[in-house]
Design a protein around this ligand. Structure first.
Ligand code: DGP
Length: 112
């Protein structure tokens, strides 16, 4: 499967990892949009938010359980934003479910 994030998960493409456990991987975004910009992915390939179901939602649970640990490791004690883009209108460019963690500075109030 030619999924960039599966290749990062498998170590076939280098990345700056900031967190890893058996179900979740977090690494720095290649094109940061904030002082701190990290992507958190489930290791299981799920194409997008739209593909979440009772059959795979344990991966999403694992991602959200990891997020506070990822944020603490990044020193985001003043808060952060978690974003997932879904599909064409959501401007999703990589078709492997991922959650952007943005922070390290005051973020804009407006989200779209
Ligand atoms: P989205 O637009 O929500 O699908 O965001 C995809 C993000 O993935 C985008 O911010 C850039 C990042 N990205 C794309 N390719 C790579 C890569 O090869 N390595 C890393 N670290 N990030 C990537």
């Amino acid at each position: 499967m030619d999924c960039i994030f599966c290749m990062i998960r498998d170590g076939k493409i280098p990345s700056s990892k900031v967190f890893e456990n058996d179900k979740v991987l977090a690494f720095k975004d290649l094109h940061p949009q904030a002082k701190v910009h990290v992507l958190v992915i489930p290791k299981t390939h799920i194409a997008s938010c739209d593909e979440i179901s009772p059959l795979n939602s344990d991966c999403v649970k694992a991602v959200f359980e990891a997020i506070p640990e990822v944020a603490a490791g990044l020193g985001l004690d003043k808060g952060y934003r978690v974003v997932t883009n879904c599909g064409e209108h959501g401007c999703q460019s990589v078709k492997h479910l991922h959650f952007h963690i943005l922070g390290g500075e005051q973020l804009a109030d407006k989200m779209s």
